[in-house]
Ligand binder design. Structure first.
Ligand code: FMN
Length: 359
């Protein structure tokens, strides 16, 4: 199995196993995808699969400036130009469905507190709606009868993604956002049937998967997890038990894939191995890969597909560069988040940059 070999993902044929990982870029002004996003994703359409930047399914799910939404007509129209552009370039694109939970600020919500499983404040600073950094606030714990509303937000986002012409969706249950906040012990102290036991902590994710697979063929739905991740002040008392359970539970749904962010866990285990052991379907792994490391992960059967984030920022033609074993361009962290075309749609392909190498 080579990185550049085709792969049958659920009901979708991918020309290669090089996936573009989801990346927030904060350039969807007023939460509506625009022509810049269409250009950016079209440039990267040779990826086996593109997974979009995280996209909030509801205004309460937003916690950073100018991230796109997928719950209004205008947002669906905006996304339609993106999916059209990618499809014109023969690509495939899934929308990453997102609710940030406690990783937000009242300025995004007319002064209302962000919501979370429990009223536990994350350490550190977050973003305000006008682009400043301030200490996180203590979120408001969702009432039991409000949780069904969150499930409906994901269902609605999934339906909007269909209307916008996506090939599928990825449910964002990683990196300390709302679904992960329910999964992990440090952020979920609930005493109702959404907290306490493993089954209870995983209940919201399972209900969201059920709702999203009502709207989509399950083989067009993926889930992203980050076992052992510490981003956004996360911690779990028993990572192996929690994420082993989640992966086993998700076997029931015949999903397109699970997507795991690689991490060295205590005891020398890898996050990907933990999920690989428990999960029977397709696994995508992400985090710190280059061409050699990605190929090595496939050779060792750690995963079926490899996702690249930062290299896809600076190398729009990443699969072609891998095919030629060509040099990779470096990324500029200053232009990751916010701004306009610079550092976004102006990274050249190898052909544009060094025609002799690409020939
Ligand atoms: C600019 C930037 C934005 C990101 N935004 C998201 C996001 O919206 N959703 C997500 O699940 N991960 C996000 N990530 C994490 C990446 O998907 C990926 O897991 C991480 O960057 C490690 O992969 P890499 O070593 O190939 O960059 C982001 C990473 C970067 C660098």
């Amino acid at each position: 199995m080579k990185l550049l070999d085709p792969y049958r993902l659920g009901t979708l044929d991918l020309p290669n196993r090089v996936v573009m990982a989801p990346m927030t870029r904060n350039r969807a002004y007023d939460t509506i995808p625009n022509e810049l996003q269409a250009r950016y994703y079209r440039q990267r359409a040779t990826a086996g699969l593109i997974i979009t930047e995280a996209t909030q399914v509801d205004p309460m799910g937003q916690g950073y400036p100018n991230t796109p939404g997928i719950h209004t007509k205008a947002q669906v129209e905006g996304w339609r130009q993106v999916t059209r552009a990618v499809h014109e370039a023969q690509g495939r694109i899934f929308a990453q469905l997102w609710h940030v939970g406690r990783i937000s600020h009242p300025s995004f919500h007319d002064g209302a507190l962000p919501v979370a499983p429990s009223g536990i404040r994350p350490e550190g600073k977050g973003w305000t709606a006008d682009g400043r950094q301030e200490p996180f606030v203590t979120p408001r714990a969702l009432e039991t009868d409000e949780v069904a509303g969150v499930v409906e937000q994901f269902r609605h986002g999934a339906a909007c993604a269909r209307a916008a012409g996506f090939n599928g969706v990825e449910i964002h249950a990683a990196n300390g956002y709302l679904l992960d906040q329910f999964l992990e012990s440090s952020t979920n102290r609930r005493e109702d049937h959404y907290g306490g036991s493993l089954e209870n902590r995983a209940r919201l994710l399972v209900e969201v998967v059920e709702a999203v697979t009502d709207v989509w063929d399950s083989r067009r739905v993926g889930v992203r997890l980050s076992p052992g991740g510490t981003f956004n002040d996360m911690y779990d008392d028993d990572v192996r038990e929690t994420f082993g359970y989640v992966a086993r539970t998700l076997n029931e749904f015949d999903l397109a894939y699970l997507h795991v962010i690689e991490k060295e866990l205590a005891g020398g285990h890898k996050a990907s191995a933990l999920v690989r052991e428990a999960y029977e379907g397709t696994l995508i792994v992400a985090g710190g890969f280059d061409r050699e490391k990605g190929q090595a992960a496939l050779d060792a059967d750690r995963a079926d597909l490899v996702a690249y984030a930062r290299y896809f920022i600076s190398n729009p033609d990443l699969p072609a560069r891998f095919a030629l074993d060509a040099p990779l361009a470096d990324w500029d962290t200053d232009t990751f988040y916010g701004g306009g075309a610079e550092g976004y749609v102006d990274y050249p392909t190898l052909e544009e940059e060094r025609p002799s190498l690409a020939a």
